[in-house]
Structures are given as structure tokens and as C-alpha cells.
Design a protein around this ligand. Structure first.
Ligand SMILES: Nc1nc2c(ncn2[C@@H]2O[C@H](COP(=O)(O)OP(=O)(O)O)[C@@H](O)[C@H]2O)c(=O)[nH]1
Ligand SMILES: [Mg+2]
Length: 368
């Protein structure tokens, strides 16, 4: 993310200047009035402006669109306004991350293994812990694994069965007609909708109806609109409850309708607004959380009350490709009792999404 502050005599003027500088795909973080008059807008923009185009270009193709090299981006950026050397900060964060991993490994090795587990199950615990899974959950999975090994033919079957017992999956979400995606900024809501919609079309299904209920992100309509055009999917904008009612009524004959929402932040008013906008969907509306696998357990815990308020029933975990450690998200899901629906494994639309399954989890959690 690149952050900028724009001051101007009026909000309109500040917005015009920030759009001229950063383009349309920016996120307004705050608008403050100056004591002496005028306003200051703080905005953020993804530090990979080419990503959206790359995604758009790859719809319908199996091979186009690869993730940008984060090192290259970091090395080429500095922020004169904030006086930050972003490349240096990135390097230091990388080094810090590596040291934390080393410390984590040392601690895991020192932890007392459950003496009731056999050697193979203890080894499984170690592998689960190193992909970020919580100790208690890892122990429970390992106990199930030992039991399943005595019942099932192969180790992988035993592993899948033990994972399925403790981390719920809900792959049938894509059979729901009306699904809204909610979650923090940049978690991948819009991209997930594009992936799900594009998969549906590539499988020969009717293009899903798309509804943008995101008043917060400048360019939100254009972002989903680009996919809607490519997929010949009807797109509706719902800025308020009446528009949502109208949008849902005109999409009533669609077999699938996907609703994009504004990002959840620490401001509870934002969550209340999302809730009000989704209300016309009634009981038919399935609410799916979208969180990034790179989120810390603290940020997941922080966002949970809002997801619970919105009655999230399942969860998409994105950015497995970047994080490689889905254990933190899985532990949180099992604690809050939210089933996993899809795994986001990259930026490409629609290739980089897989319905959640125990086998898929095993691949990411223990490379099995
Ligand atoms: N590497 C990676 N990037 C992703 C994934 N899902 C989304 N993104 C990227 O994350 C950024 C924010 O995604 P977006 O869908 O706009 O997030 P939203 O704010 O929740 O709607 C975009 O650059 C996406 O390409 C994923 O699974 N892996
Ligand atoms: Mg979005």
C-alpha cells in the first residue's frame, strides 16, 4: 500500500486531486476538517497498480497473469511525502520475519510433545505447528490421525479424515443462490467474486448477477464492472437499501447472485451500514467472510465480532500463495466455528481458487 495525504479547500477538490494523482482505484482512509478551514484526505492505493489489468487480461485463460515480484516493487518505491524508504522497511521486515520463524522453530522443538502420541503423530504435530496451527488443534488432529490410521488404508486418507474432523469445510457454498462477501480491506472480496463468477461461466453456467454495495472504495464499481463486461454478467450498484431491493428484484431470476460489500474497519458504523445494505436479502442471503491467510490471529480475532454481527456462515481464505501458512486462519476458523468454503491461491481470475476440501488443506498445511 502507498499512503498519501491531500489537503484542499473542499472535499470535492481533495478527491479530484487524489484521483488525478493515484487514479480511481484508491481507498479513502479518512477525511478530516482542518481547524483553519479546508479538509485533509488520507488515501491508500495498492502498490501494484498493474495487478487489476493483469487479472482482467487473464479471465478465461489458463496461463496468463503472474504475481508481480514484490522485491522488485519494494526496491523501486520510496515515499517522499512521508519521508519513508519503503525498500529498506521491506528488507527489515523480511529479516524480522525470518528471525521470528527461526525462533518459532526453536520453541516448537522445545515444547513438550504429548507423551501419549506415537512418533509419527508427534511428527505430524510438528509439521502442523510450523504451518501456524495452534498447539491444541494440532494435538487433537494428531490424536484423530492415530485413530484413523488403525481404520483406514493409507496415511493420506487418515490425514484427510482427521483434518475434516477438526476443520469444517463448506464447499457447497457455490450452490447457494445469493451470496454476499464481507471482510477487511484488501482481503480479496472483489477478486473472489470475479473468480467464482468466471468459473461459473467457464463451466457453461449462466453468468451470475453481480451487485456492488461498496460506497467506500473509489473505483469499486469499475473493478467489478470490468469483470461483468467480460463475463456478460448483469451488474447493479446498490448505494442504499432501496437500490439493493431493486437490484435483488431485477436479479430474482438469476441462478446465482454475488454481492460485493465495503471493507470492514475498526469503525462499527461501517459494519452497521453493510448489515443494513444486506438486509433486503433476508434469510436467503448467505454471508461469506473473506480473510487473508496472512492475517495475524490478533487481527482475525479483532474482525470476528463484526463478521458475527453480519451472521457470516462460511469463510474464504485468500492469499495462501503469499503466506504458505494457512494454520493461523484454520485455527481461528475452528475456534469460531466457521466452515471454510474456498481457498484463494493467487491473483489470477479464475484459476487461483479451489473449493475447500480436507485434501486441499492437507496440501497447504503439511505439504501432503
Ligand atoms: N496473491 C494473492 N492476491 C490476491 C488473492 N486474492 C486477492 N488478491 C489481491 O489482493 C488485492 C485486493 O483484492 P480485492 O479483491 O480488491 O480486495 P477487496 O478489497 O477485499 O475487494 C488485489 O490486488 C488482488 O489481486 C490471492 O488469493 N492471492
Ligand atoms: Mg473490493
Amino acid at each position: 500500500m502507498i499512503y498519501r495525504r491531500f489537503s484542499a479547500a473542499s472535499t470535492e477538490e481533495a478527491l479530484r486531486r487524489l484521483r488525478e494523482t493515484l487514479g480511481d482505484d484508491v481507498l479513502v482512509l479518512s477525511t478530516e476538517s482542518e481547524p483553519a478551514g479546508g479538509v485533509v484526505i488520507t488515501a491508500a492505493v495498492d502498490d501494484d497498480p498493474g495487478a487489476l489489468e493483469a487479472l482482467g487480461a487473464s479471465v478465461g485463460s489458463a496461463s496468463v497473469g503472474s504475481a508481480p515480484d514484490p522485491q522488485a516493487i519494494g526496491a523501486s518505491r520510496s515515499d517522499p511525502l512521508l519521508g519513508l524508504d519503503l525498500a529498506m522497511i521491506r528488507t527489515q521486515l523480511d529479516q524480522l520475519g525470518q528471525r521470528m520463524h527461526q525462533m518459532h522453530d526453536v520453541l516448537v522443538d522445545r515444547e513438550e510433545a504429548d507423551p501419549t502420541l506415537g512418533a509419527e503423530a508427534r511428527d505430524l504435530v510438528k509439521r502442523l505447528l510450523s504451518s501456524g496451527l495452534g498447539r491444541r488443534l494440532a494435538d487433537r488432529i494428531a490424536h484423530s490421525y492415530e485413530r484413523e490410521l488403525t481404520l483406514l488404508a493409507s496415511r493420506s486418507e487418515a490425514l484427510h479424515a482427521s483434518l475434516a474432523e477438526h476443520v469444517a469445510v463448506a464447499p457447497e457454498v457455490d450452490r447457494r443462490r445469493l451470496v454476499a462477501f464481507v471482510g477487511p480491506t484488501g482481503s480479496g472480496k472483489t477478486t473472489t467474486i470475479a473468480k467464482v463468477a468466471a468459473r461459473r461461466v467457464l463451466e457453461g453456467g449462466e453468468p451470475p448477477g453481480l451487485v456492488v454495495a461498496d460506497n467506500q472504495r473509489i473505483g469499486a464499481v469499475e473493478q467489478l464492472g470490468a469483470y461483468a463486461r467480460l463475463l456478460s454478467a448483469p451488474l447493479h450498484v446498490a448505494r442504499d437499501v432501496d437500490e439493493m431491493r431493486t437490484a435483488l428484484a431485477s436479479l430474482a431470476d438469476r441462478k446465482m447472485v454475488l454481492v460485493d460489500t465495503a471493507a470492514l474497519s475498526s469503525d462499527p458504523a461501517g459494519c452497521a451500514e453493510v448489515k443494513a445494505l444486506l438486509a433486503p436479502g433476508g434469510r436467503e442471503m448467505h454471508v461469506s467472510a473473506v480473510v487473508s491467510a496472512s492475517c495475524s490471529s490478533r487481527s482475525l480475532e479483532r474482525v470476528w465480532p463484526q463478521l458475527a454481527q453480519l451472521r457470516a456462515e462460511s469463510c474464504v481464505v485468500t492469499r495462501l500463495d503469499e503466506c504458505g501458512d494457512p494454520g493461523t486462519a484454520c485455527t481461528w476458523l475452528s475456534e469460531v466455528g466457521l466452515p471454510l468454503s474456498w481457498l484463494g491461491t493467487g491473483q489470477r481470475v479464475p484459476d487461483d481458487i479451489v473449493p475447500a476440501s480436507a485434501a486441499g488443506l492437507a496440501r497447504w498445511l503439511v505439504a501432503a
